[in-house]
Structure formats: C-alpha cells, structure tokens
Design a protein around this ligand. Structure first.
Ligand SMILES: NC(=O)c1ccc[n+]([C@@H]2O[C@H](COP(=O)([O-])OP(=O)(O)OC[C@H]3O[C@@H](n4cnc5c(N)ncnc54)[C@H](O)[C@@H]3O)[C@@H](O)[C@H]2O)c1
Length: 315
C-alpha cells in the first residue's frame, strides 16, 4: 500500500510514518519543515521524503497521484503561536487542506484522513462531546482547524471525496516539540529551570499517548466511513495542576520549581471527547497514562541530543 503522510516530519506524523513503514507500507512524507518539522524524527523510517508545502498546488498535484491513502498531519499546531499571529495558521490549516483535497479529488485518491483536534468544539464544563456537537472554536488555531475540517467534509458531501476526520485530545510521547507542556516542563526541569504554569492550573485536558492516537487513525483509515468524523479520546482527564504534580514527582523535584504565569488569552477550560463511535469499530487505547508518562519523561532524559538544539535555537 502506498501512503502519503503530509506533515510527517512533525511529532504525531512521524510516529504514524514509523508505524506504517514497520508494517511494510510504501511511505512518502511531504513536509515543509517549519520550526516544528524535524528530519531527526524520521531516523530509521524507510520513506521517500518530499520537502514542500501543502499550499503549493503544483507540487501537491504532482505528489498525490498513485497513493492509496493520504493522511494529513500538516498544520501549524501551537495555540500560543496562533495568538501572536494567525496568518500561517489560516494558510496551512484551511487553505492547505483545500489544496490537498483538490489534489486528492483530481487523483481519485481512494482514501483520505484529515487529522484534527477536540479544540474545534471550544470548551465544555461537564460531560463529553460526541461527533455531532457543534463547532465553537475559541483560539485562532482551533478556528483554523475547524475551517479545514469543514472544507474536508464539504468535499465529502459535494464531491463524494472519501475523506474521514479524526479528532483527538492532547497527545504526549517522544519527539514532541519542546514548546508543548509535557516536553517543555520536562526539559526545563532537566536544565534546572522553572516551569511556567498558566493561571490557576485548573484547565482540564484529556491526555492520549501518541501511539494510541496513531492506532486510532489507522483504524479510521481502514474501517471508518467517508464523510464521517471519529473521536479518539485520551486515557487521563486531568487538570494542568495535576499534570504538573505528576511531572515534578517523576523528575523528583518539588513545587518550588513552578512559576505561576498569567493565563493564556481565551484559555479553554476543559476538553472531553466521547469515542464510543470509534470503539464500536474496534478501538481501545493501550497505553496507561502513568506508565506512558513515566516512559515519556525517561525518553527526554535519555535524548537531550534531540531537544537541546531545538531549545538552543530558541524556536
Ligand atoms: N499535538 C497534539 O496534541 C494534537 C492533538 C490533536 C490533533 N493534533 C493535530 O495533529 C496534527 C499533527 O500535530 P503535531 O503535534 O504532530 O504537530 P507538529 O507541529 O509537531 O508537526 C506539524 C508538521 O507539519 C509540518 N507543516 C506545517 N505546515 C506545513 C505546510 N504548509 N506544508 C507541509 N508541512 C507543513 C511541519 O513542518 C511539521 O513537521 C495537526 O494537524 C494537529 O492539529 C495534534
């Protein structure tokens, strides 16, 4: 099977490409190599690499034909950066999706998965969202992701494009860019620096190991229905305070290492997904949070050569 993984040099896309290559698939990665793209993430992964932008219609039109499956991870992904400047977010997360979907339509690609996020729903105080919940994104990042999702679904309805959408909670694991909370806090502590905790720390996130996320995407590619959305829920719904406490414990330091910082603008309070629909087609998560977090912390402790250059470059 020939699979095109767009954004495959990033955190989740590289784990997905690794999994595919190990299963014997013929993998092509198309990636712009923004600050978040890193060829080191693809070390040991048999693949063909194309350096390029999903917004480049001519290039995408050349690369897409011949693939049995296209999975789109390419995105600007960091909420804080979208608050500083939203331009690249709208360009890649909305226009890029439209250009990719056009290329898939022209190439008659048999199967497409657009990877998305629980953040498109906004914030929920109690209960969990099912796939029919209305979109109410609050950050420029999540608004742009919602735009990309709507374009993909519109192509499914209007043109019969066989695209499904996955929406997932907060991922953690090896190779995550050290601007996101788990690698940021872990590497700060290793470097003897404090960790910046937003606001009152009461924001709740639903954590999923990247390996489980990739298993969910694979299942949707194989058994999901075109034109449908599938949730991939996490295994630990906890506050940022609780997450911080667990990280400090794992790194054997105390609460003195925490520096309270003003809350993120428009910070969503809680995300929560119901993933019954995915479970009905065979999904169950396999990585228990406590073990997954301990393994992840150890990976950053054991691999400073991966993250130190990224932090030193101040990207
Ligand atoms: N990280 C999470 O917790 C999480 C949760 C749910 C959904 N998602 C979604 O999963 C996907 C991957 O997230 P991630 O955390 O791996 O992100 P990441 O920032 O680590 O990686 C994004 C990758 O996309 C590439 N890219 C960016 N713009 C591009 C463009 N215009 N053309 C081609 N490549 C481009 C980057 O170079 C990078 O390799 C995103 O779509 C994100 O919205 C992430």
């Amino acid at each position: 099977m020939k699979v095109l993984v767009t954004g495959g040099a990033g955190f989740i896309g590289s784990h997905y490409a690794r999994r595919l290559a190990a299963s014997g698939a013929d993998v092509t990665v198309l990636d712009k190599l923004t600050y978040a793209g890193n060829l080191a993430n693809l070390e040991g992964v048999a693949h063909r690499f194309v350096h390029g932008d999903i917004c480049d219609a001519a290039l995408v039109g050349e690369v897409v034909p011949g693939h049995d499956l296209v999975v789109n991870f390419a995105a600007e992904s960091h909420v804080d950066r979208s608050i500083v400047g939203a331009g690249d977010f709208v360009t890649t997360n909305v226009v890029g999706v439209q250009i990719l979907m056009d290329a898939c339509m022209a190439a008659k690609t048999p199967r497409i998965v657009q990877v998305s996020t629980d953040e498109v729903y906004g914030s929920i105080e109690l209960g969990s969202w099912s796939e029919g919940a209305s979109l109410s994104p609050n950050s420029p990042y999540s608004a742009a992701k919602a735009g990309g999702d709507m374009i993909a679904l519109a192509y499914a309805r209007t043109h019969g494009l066989p695209v499904s959408i996955t929406r997932c909670g907060n991922n953690y694991g090896p190779n995550q860019f050290p601007e996101k909370v788990i690698p940021l806090f872990t590497t700060n502590i290793i470097e003897g620096r404090k960790v910046p905790l937003y606001g009152d720390g009461g924001n709740v996130r639903d954590w999923i190991h990247v390996a489980d996320h990739c298993r969910g995407i694979e299942l949707v590619a194989e058994r999901g229905r075109p034109g449908e959305v599938y949730h991939i829920a996490g295994t630990a719904e906890i506050t940022n305070l609780e997450l911080t406490r667990r990280l400090l414990d794992a790194l054997k330091v105390d609460w003195n290492e925490v520096e309270r910082v003003p809350d993120r603008k428009g910070h969503d309070r809680r995300y929560s997904l119901n993933d019954d629909k995915l479970r009905a087609i065979g999904y169950t998560p396999t990585v228990e949070f406590e073990q997954g977090l301990a393994d992840t912390v150890r990976w950053y402790q054991d691999n400073p050569q991966w993250w130190q250059p990224l932090k030193a470059a101040g990207r």
